[in-house]
Structures are given as structure tokens and as C-alpha cells.
Design a protein around this ligand. Structure first.
Ligand code: NAX
Length: 327
């Protein structure tokens, strides 16, 4: 039997956690013959820890053959100990009337602490995937604390946005969604993100030759993808959870699958016109399990350049809000 992968998950008793943990334990993330140990981390709040107990009981009751252990804790140094994957889902939500700068700072404290602890106690091959919002900047903050783990081990999730974009293109074209390829998300996981439709193909042809309505691509398409999270909240009264968990399964599975090509928010290093020190969504190709290279050289027209400039501006502003914290 393979050695179990230790998967630490923060916010494990939250909405996304409730959809995510069962997928991981069933083998959807790491494959049908890969055992896992779940290391579940919750905030030190009685209600959350009680809820976590219930989630762990349900995991037990599923009798998943691949699930070889469950750790429940509010102590991050216990939860991240020897973890091979650290899935940072928990975050402080934006309260009514709360300024974005305050949200960034409150979350900054959480992600500084978690980044520091991961760097100290996680496995030598540890990888980090951040979902908790503002995901790109939280990831940048966590990575800023790492002295042992290299920056490229820290990724943030824009896969939900990619999946949303893929489906919107398929629907507009009247095509099966599996025929939509190479739709990549650039920039921030926020309404400023840019789904680069000009790079996409549908049934092997450029998406722009299948969908010739440029006004729709530049307008409603980008807007629908960018504001999908808000549309789900308006309809469901709660934010996306099952689709977010599914996207995280896709994010990690594809990062573990050599040859997979997908959108991931990574340290930009100045590629595609992004500031070198922000984490921005861009296309990557997985090289070996857990490692990747950014796919460079996609041409950008004036429209794409203006969209990238806007999302980069937001990322730079977010970084500036927390600059004093990450020195
Ligand atoms: P919930 O509020 O249901 O759950 C969050 C959980 O995190 C709670 O149980 C809370 O107790 C826990 N938590 C808070 N601080 C913690 C800490 N310091 N350590 C450990 N646990 C902590 O939120 P949920 O709907 O699950 O969403 C989680 C995060 O994902 C939010 O920040 C949300 O904005 C973000 N999202 C990100 C998406 C993306 O594509 N990147 C999409 C979906 C989602 O909106």
C-alpha cells in the first residue's frame, strides 16, 4: 500500500469543507489507490469545533477505504504537522460595512501565522493551495513567511473561475463543454479577473471563430464569469460551496498530474505584465507531481492588455494594504 498523503484543511467545518472532505477521502483528489490522512483545522471557537466533531463522525460513517486517519484540532502546529498538502480554506468573511482594507488586514494576521507554521512544521515536500478570500493576496502573505519552502509551492485557486468560463463558452456555442479547451484565468480571484477567451478553442477552432459576437465575449461573458460568485449568493443566500470544493479537487488533482494544463494563481515574477511580487492567475503546465511551469508566450491584444492592467492594479493595491505586515 502507498504511504498516505497528509492533507491539512483549514476551515474544515465550514460550507466548502463539508463538500470537500468527502471528495478527498473518496479518492477524487489524489486518485483511487492513494490513501489519505485528513488533518482538520478549525478556529478555536466552541461551535466550530463541535461542528468539526460532527463532520469527522460523518467521515467515519462513510467507511472510506482510503481514509487512514482524521486529526481534529484548533492548533495549527498540530494540524499542519508533516502535511504534504495544506489547503487553506478558512478565512474571516467580510462583515456588513467592513472596508476591504480591514478585511485584508484581518485575514493577513491569519495567513501570516499559518504561513509561518506551515514553513516550520509541514513536510519537506509541502504544497499550499489557498481558497480563503482574498485568495491571491492571502497566498502572497502566507508565502512571505516561508524561509524553507520556495514561493512556487504556494498557489491560490482560480480554477472555479476557469470552470465557470468553460461552461459559459460551451453554452453560448451550443457545444459540449469537453470541447472547450485552453480557457485561462489571468489575475485576481475577484470580479476584475480576466478569462482570456481569445486563447480558447472550441472543437479545435479558435473560440472567437465559433462565437463571433465580440461584444458578448468582451462584455456579458467576462462579467458573468467575474460576478458569478455574487449571482450564486443572490440565488442561494449562501456563497458557492460545492462548486468551490469541486474546483479545489480539480486544482490539486491537476497539479499532481504531469502534463495537465490549467489556470493557477502563482507568483507572477513579472510575467504577462503583472507586478513581479503579486500572485496572479495564469496558465501552467504540471511538470512532475506538485510542480509546474508557467506557460508563457500567449499573445495579448489591446483588450486583453487593458483587462490584465486592471486586475494587476487591484492586486498591487491589495499588496499595498498589507505591505507593513509582510516586511
Ligand atoms: P464558511 O464561513 O462556511 O467556513 C469557513 C470556516 O473557516 C469556518 O468554519 C470558520 O470557523 C473557519 N475559520 C475561520 N478562521 C479560521 C482559522 N484561522 N483557522 C481555521 N479555520 C478558520 O466559509 P466557506 O463558504 O467554506 O468559504 C471559505 C472561504 O472560501 C471564504 O473566504 C470564501 O470567501 C472563500 N471562497 C473562495 C473561492 C475561490 O474561488 N477562491 C470561491 C468560494 C468561496 O467564496
Amino acid at each position: 500500500m502507498k504511504t498516505p498523503i497528509r492533507v491539512a484543511v483549514t476551515g474544515a467545518a465550514g460550507q466548502i469543507g463539508y463538500s470537500l472532505l468527502f471528495r478527498i477521502a473518496s479518492g477524487a483528489m489524489f486518485g483511487p489507490d492513494q490513501p489519505v490522512i485528513l488533518q482538520l483545522i478549525e478556529a478555536p471557537i466552541e461551535k466550530a469545533l463541535k461542528a468539526l466533531e460532527g463532520v469527522a463522525m460523518e467521515l467515519d460513517d462513510c467507511a472510506f477505504p482510503l481514509l487512514k486517519g482524521i486529526v481534529q484540532t484548533s492548533d495549527a502546529s498540530v494540524g499542519f504537522k508533516d502535511a504534504n498538502w495544506c489547503l487553506l480554506v478558512g478565512a474571516k468573511p467580510r462583515g456588513p460595512g467592513m472596508e476591504r482594507a480591514d478585511l485584508l488586514k484581518d485575514n493577513g494576521k491569519i495567513f501570516i501565522e499559518q504561513g509561518r507554521i506551515i514553513d516550520a512544521v509541514a513536510a519537506a515536500d509541502a504544497r499550499v493551495a489557498v481558497v480563503g478570500n482574498p485568495a491571491n493576496t492571502n497566498c502572497m502573505i502566507a508565502a512571505s513567511q516561508a524561509k524553507r519552502l520556495p514561493a512556487e509551492r504556494f498557489t491560490a485557486m482560480v480554477r472555479l473561475d476557469q470552470n465557470r468560463a468553460q461552461t459559459q463558452l460551451a453554452k453560448k456555442a451550443g457545444a459540449d463543454l469537453t470541447t472547450v479547451k485552453s480557457i485561462f484565468i489571468y489575475g485576481n480571484h475577484s470580479p476584475t479577473m480576466f478569462p482570456a477567451f481569445a486563447q480558447a478553442t472550441i472543437g479545435g477552432s479558435p473560440a472567437t471563430s465559433v462565437i463571433t459576437d465580440t461584444a458578448w465575449l468582451q462584455g456579458p461573458f467576462c462579467e458573468t464569469v467575474g460576478k458569478r460568485g455574487a449571482a450564486i449568493i443572490a440565488a442561494r443566500g449562501l456563497s458557492s460551496a460545492a462548486s468551490a470544493a469541486n474546483a479545489l479537487v480539480d486544482h490539486v488533482r491537476d497539479l499532481m498530474t504531469p502534463g495537465a494544463i490549467h489556470s493557477v494563481a502563482v507568483k507572477s515574477n513579472g510575467l504577462y505584465g503583472f507586478d513581479a511580487n503579486v500572485w496572479a492567475g495564469m496558465p501552467v503546465r504540471t511538470t512532475t507531481p506538485g510542480s509546474y511551469e508557467v506557460i508563457t508566450g500567449h499573445a495579448m491584444d489591446d483588450f486583453a492588455k487593458s483587462k490584465i492592467a486592471a486586475t494587476n492594479k487591484e492586486l498591487v493595491e491589495e499588496r499595498a494594504f498589507v505591505a507593513d505586515m509582510i516586511k
